[in-house]
Design a protein around this ligand. Structure first.
Ligand SMILES: [Zn+2]
Length: 53
């Protein structure tokens, strides 16, 4: 067994950019704008309520 274990490569995370659910919850259902903060909050553009659900 050498230092080049093959599972070190497969276990390395690719550039996925994190969890998409983080910002998907911020997308306004009315106008599609991304809110400035996590829900529950209001859309800065149209005032629609964003729920944490
Ligand atoms: Zn909106």
């Amino acid at each position: 067994m050498g230092p080049d274990a093959p599972d070190r490569r497969s276990a390395r995370p690719d550039d996925e950019g994190g969890d998409p659910a983080c910002w998907l919850a911020r997308v306004c259902p009315e106008c599609g704008r991304l809110a400035d903060e996590d829900p529950p909050t209001r859309c800065p553009a149209c005032g629609a309520e964003l729920t944490a659900d």
